[in-house]
Design a protein around this ligand. Structure first.
Ligand code: PMP
Length: 402
């Protein structure tokens, strides 16, 4: 172990756990005893994530709606543990109610709550495909999709990022008798680029495949009420399974799958990360519902997030930084070597900007980067300050000309 850890250190790949305390209201964070502008989180909309009295009071408002035999929503709101898998005795009524309401919002027949996005991806892929099937996976898909495909024991074929010609050539070559699953992130989390969902739906139809879309970074951000990218593009009915997390724009924890009733029924029976794991605590389900309501209500947060990110991207490009294919609220600055990315991140933190280096294997070799994620609640003057410091440090480290 020590030898491997030393190797990671030598290659600029060593990681440690830092403690941080963040405020969503204004988008600042305390880290290593210092206050910094938080440009490193996934709390895109800046929705508060505190179990405050107002939230508890809102939940208690529902208390009149007694839940047969179990007490009330108010009880559930403070129950810390589900005590078992949902298939045993962990199925709090608040989860089922939330799933029906959430499916209506997504425009699907049904939805299913999972413990986290990682668990959802591992469970869904493992349920949909098995040993004799094929997963077609975008090369830049999230690690949880990669792990889900490995655990499923299906053959995995990776296509070049967003390259539909490449995907089609692979589909054409594949054994027509085998079950096929195409899976993609809707927004690529380290590039801020967007998957061609309409073309993916076309290919899945042409080749008789299933299509699964991971809306982790687009849920809450796209769509009139944050329903996600597939919904915003009118593609809901052409995607077999959408999944997403409540840990990012929704500012909570947990995840969902959404699709036809038969698909969700199938997942209940086959998704091992659902079947063999304790259900989310009822109080977390209540917190999810509360955050979801705020996401739907606050359209201004989506607009502000996207316009702030657009401003930051344009300014960074103007200053000579390589922001890759970014076209949404995630704005990377690609610096190349791991050492340079680490130095860039460290200097920015010294300058009061929380920005974390992203290195292989999270991104391809030689493309280490800083991933900037503005929030809807950042003030313009704070982003201006961050930009100035990014430019100063970028020049100091030779990332852009001085
Ligand atoms: N999919 C993608 C694209 C992600 O970025 C993430 C989180 N990094 C996940 C899934 C996993 O979600 P969670 O954090 O809820 O486990």
């Amino acid at each position: 172990m020590r030898i491997e850890l030393d190797r990671l250190k030598a290659e600029g790949q060593y990681r440690t756990l830092a403690e941080s305390a963040s405020s969503c209201e204004d988008g600042w964070i305390w880290r290593d005893g210092k206050r910094m502008l938080n440009l490193a989180s996934n709390h895109y909309l800046g929705l508060g994530h505190r179990l405050d009295e107002a939230a508890l009071a809102r939940w208690t408002e529902n208390a009149g709606e007694a839940v047969a035999g179990f007490g009330t929503d108010a009880d559930a709101a403070i129950r810390t543990g589900a005590t078992a898998s949902r298939l045993i005795v962990g199925g709090d009524p608040a989860i089922g109610r939330f799933e029906r309401d959430f499916a209506a919002y997504k425009g699907t027949e049904a939805s299913l709550v999972f413990g986290s996005g990682y668990m959802a991806n591992v469970g869904i892929i493992g349920a949909l495909v098995g040993r004799n099937d094929i997963v077609f996976s975008d090369k830049l898909n999230h690690a949880s999709i990669v792990d889900g495909a490995v655990l499923s024991r299906a053959e995995t074929v990776r296509y070049r990022n967003r390259d539909m010609d490449h995907l089609e050539s692979l589909l054409r070559r594949a054994d027509p008798s085998k079950k096929k699953l195409i899976v993609t992130d809707s927004v690529f989390s380290m590039d801020g680029s967007i998957a061609p969902l309409a073309e993916l739906a076309e290919l899945k139809e042409r080749y008789g495949a299933m299509l699964m879309v991971d809306e982790a970074h687009s849920g809450g951000v796209y769509g009139r009420e944050g329903e996600g990218l597939a919904h915003a593009l009118g593609l809901t009915g052409r995607i077999d399974v959408q999944m997403g997390t409540f840990g990012k724009a929704y500012g909570c924890y947990g995840a969902y799958a959404a699709g036809d009733a038969v698909v969700i029924d199938y997942l209940v029976n086959k998704a091992r990360s659902l079947i063999f794991s304790t259900a989310l605590p009822p109080m977390v389900v209540h917190a999810i519902r509360d955050q979801w309501k705020a996401v739907r209500r606050d359209g201004w947060r989506r607009e502000r997030l996207l316009s702030q990110a657009e401003w930051l991207r344009m300014q960074l490009r103007g200053a000579g930084f390589d922001t890759g294919d970014s076209e949404c609220h995630i704005v990377p600055v690609i610096v190349g070597s791991n050492e340079r990315a680490v130095a860039f991140g460290r200097r920015l933190q010294e300058e009061g900007v929380a920005a974390v280096p992203i290195r292989p294997p999270t991104v391809p070799e030689g493309t280490a980067r800083i991933r900037f994620t503005p929030m809807a609640t950042h003030r313009e003057e704070d982003l201006q300050m961050a930009l100035e410091r990014i430019v100063t440090v970028g020049r100091e480290l030779g990332v852009v000309p001085g």
